[in-house]
Design a binder for this molecule. Structure first.
Ligand code: F6P
Length: 361
């Protein structure tokens, strides 16, 4: 018999997190009469026992709000957690402390909302005997256990809007405009926003580019009377002879590498080869902020309700998943095994190539 559940949001924030919290809290409290405890700032609050108990009004008025009312962190790994000992920072496995916090509060199971880092820890908690259900979140859409994560479509919407705006200024100034988007090692945001926004070149991590071929595409357009070009580049894109461009390394983060800077790198190269004035926009965290679009609000609500139903059926150790248009669940073990990347010869790349988009290959 479930009486109390815990919930946390981990990893980078993304639009739709509050919509999931709302769906979980409303279903758990009003449909089933359970109590809901939310841990603050992802696994940090779980380890440090910082939490809030959802009151009847806490899940109201948050459906359209960006971010997460619980807070989040993408640098706290409960299995390798930074603590201070004798004035020095040391890293310790604090997972037992977190499990004890849940036990002391009488929490019967945890609903953990996150991307692959957060859900890998959820899997490890499950292996240690904690009852968990995972909910897939990330603007990157790189989780292999689900067709879509919530937040992704909002990020694509934001990036598409940016491309639309870049078009008019690119055309007026006869420039090459480069838009660098997020996505880590997957090119989903670049590919979808690039197609939706009518980009001329899309560079994704899955298709290493040759800068000369990118320049050729731009020159071809110029010769055809099109004196501007739009290039969308994923932060994880790399050239045929190069590595990814790293902006910083955050030592205590479960995934320490932060990508960024490829936009400026290719801008210099394109300007040098083509002689066309080139400018860069790095969209950055705008892609993670703000209101979720209706698609993500609906998906988040479906995920949140489904997570509670899974708990009610005692189906633990699973992650909610969208397959086609059906909400289902997959074992956490499988869900975090590998990331989902863009198939280089998949339908989206093929249709983009058919209409003349260059991938630098
Ligand atoms: O995983 C989400 C994401 O926004 C990635 O697309 C990006 O590489 C990373 O997080 C940025 O992390 P941070 O918020 O630490 O800069």
């Amino acid at each position: 018999m479930i009486k109390r559940i815990g919930i946390l949001t981990g990893g980078g924030d993304c639009p739709g997190l509050n919509a999931v919290l709302r769906a979980v809290a409303k279903t758990a409290m009003f449909k089933y009469g359970w109590e809901v405890f939310g841990f603050r700032d992802g696994y940090r609050g779980f380890v440090l026992n910082q939490y809030m108990k959802f009151g009847p009004d806490d899940a109201s008025g948050i459906l359209d709000k960006g971010g997460t009312i619980l807070g989040t962190s993408n640098r706290d790994n409960p299995f390798n957690f930074k603590v201070e000992e004798n004035g020095e920072a040391v890293y310790k496995d604090m997972s037992d402390v977190a499990i004890e916090n849940a036990r002391a509060l009488g929490i019967d199971c945890m609903i953990i909302i996150g991307g692959d880092g957060t859900l890998s820890s959820a899997r490890d908690f499950w292996r240690k005997g904690l009852k968990v259900v995972g909910v897939p979140k990330t603007i990157d859409n790189d989780l292999s256990g689900t067709d879509f994560t919530f937040g992704f479509m909002t990020a694509v919407d934001t990036a598409t809007d940016a491309i639309d705006k870049l078009h008019s200024t690119a055309e007026s100034h006869h420039r090459v405009m480069i838009l660098e988007v997020m996505g880590r090692y997957a090119g989903w945001i670049a590919l979808k926003a690039g197609i939706a926004g009518g980009a001329d070149v899309i560079l994704v991590p899955e298709i290493p580019y040759d800068i000369n071929k990118v320049a050729e595409k731009i020159m071809e357009r110029k010769q055809a009377g099109k004196h501007f070009s739009i290039v969308v580049v994923a932060e994880g894109a790399k050239s045929v002879k190069g590595e990814v461009v790293v902006s910083k390394v955050i030592k205590d983060s479960p995934d320490p590498v932060r990508l960024g800077g490829i936009g400026n790198k290719i801008a210099d190269e394109i300007e040098k080869i083509t002689g066309i004035e080139t400018r860069v926009t790095v969209l950055g965290h705008l892609q993670r902020g703000g209101r979720p679009i209706p698609y993500d609000r609906i998906l988040s609500t479906r995920f949140g309700v489904a997570a509670v139903e899974l708990v009610n059926r005692s189906e633990f150790g699973k992650m909610i998943s969208l397959k086609g248009d059906v909400i289902t669940a997959v074992p956490l073990e499988e869900a975090v095994e590998k990331i989902k990347t863009v198939p280089p010869d998949g339908e989206l790349v093929r249709i983009a190539k058919s209409i003349g988009v260059g991938f630098g290959d």
